[in-house]
Design a protein around this ligand. Structure first.
Ligand code: CA
Length: 232
C-alpha cells in the first residue's frame, strides 16, 4: 500500500532538561526539515503535549518537575496516542522496560547518533500512523522515494544512486542552505573533510540533469556557504 504524502514537515516535541542534548536534537531535527519545540521540564512538556497535536514526542525520563514516565502515563490515560520515543540512560534496562510499559513506542539509549534518532523516529511515525512520506516536492520537481522516480514537470530525470541521495537530502529541506560539511556527512557519510570538490562535482551533475534548459535554476549555490534547492 502506497500512501503519498507531501513533505509537510512533522511537528516534534522534545522534552529534555539537559540543554546540550536538547540543542543537539533540536539542531539535528531542524536540519532534516522538521518543526521542533523544545522544553526543559516535565510540567511544561505535559502542558505542550496536551494542548497541541504533535507527530511525535522525544521524551527524557529524568526530568525536573514531572518525570518522563509519569508524564507518559498521564498522556496515555488521557488517550493521547502521540508516538513517544523515550531517551534512556545507557544500559538501564529498567528504564527501557518501564518506559515501554508506560506506553512508549520506542526508546534510544544515550548517547546516540542523530542519524539513528532520525531514522528511528521516521520508522516510529510510519509504524504508528501508517503514513509514510514517500513523495518529496519542491516546485515542479518531485521525487518518489518508493518508485525512485524523479520528475521535473513532465520530464523524467534519471539519477545515479548517489545523485538521488544528494537530491533527496536537498529536497528534505527546500529553501534551506545545506553546507558542504552537512552534505558530505549525510550523503557520503564521511565525518571528515575529504579535501576534494566531491560535493561541487555532484552538484554540477545534478544541475545538468535538473536545471539545464530550464528558466528557473532550482539548485542554487550560496557562495561560501553551501547549496539550496529553491521551491519557487
Ligand atoms: Ca534528564
Amino acid at each position: 500500500m502506497l500512501e503519498l504524502k507531501m513533505n509537510t514537515p512533522m511537528n516534534l516535541l522534545v522534552i529534555e532538561d539537559e540543554k546540550k542534548i536538547a540543542n543537539l536534537i533540536n539542531k539535528g531535527l531542524r536540519e532534516q526539515g522538521y518543526n521542533v519545540d523544545v522544553v526543559h521540564s516535565g510540567d511544561v512538556g505535559f502542558e505542550k503535549a496536551t494542548s497541541q497535536p504533535y507527530d511525535a514526542i522525544i521524551l527524557d525520563i529524568m526530568l525536573p518537575g514531572r518525570d518522563g514516565l509519569s508524564l507518559l502515563r498521564a498522556l496515555r490515560e488521557r488517550n493521547i496516542s502521540t508516538p513517544v520515543m523515550i531517551l534512556t540512560a545507557r544500559g538501564d534496562v529498567n528504564e527501557k522496560v518501564e518506559g515501554l510499559n508506560a506506553g512508549a513506542d520506542d526508546y534510544m539509549a544515550k548517547p546516540f547518533s542523530m542519524d539513528e534518532l532520525v531514522a528511528r523516529l521516521r520508522a516510529l511515525v510510519r509504524r504508528v500512523t501508517g503514513e509514510s512520506i514517500s513523495l518529496y516536492k519542491a516546485g515542479e520537481l518531485s521525487m518518489n522515494l518508493v518508485s525512485r522516480e524523479v520528475t521535473r514537470g513532465n520530464r523524467k530525470i534519471e539519477l545515479t544512486a548517489r545523485e538521488f541521495r544528494l537530491l533527496e537530502y536537498l529536497m528534505r529541506a527546500p529553501n534551506q542552505v545545506l553546507t558542504r560539511t552537512q552534505i558530505i556527512e549525510r550523503v557520503w557519510e564521511y565525518h571528515f573533510d575529504p579535501g576534494t570538490n566531491l560535493v561541487d562535482v555532484y552538484i554540477q551533475r545534478l544541475r545538468r540533469k535538473v536545471d539545464d534548459g530550464e528558466e528557473l535554476k532550482m539548485i542554487q549555490t550560496i557562495r561560501g556557504v553551501g547549496y539550496s534547492i529553491v521551491s519557487k
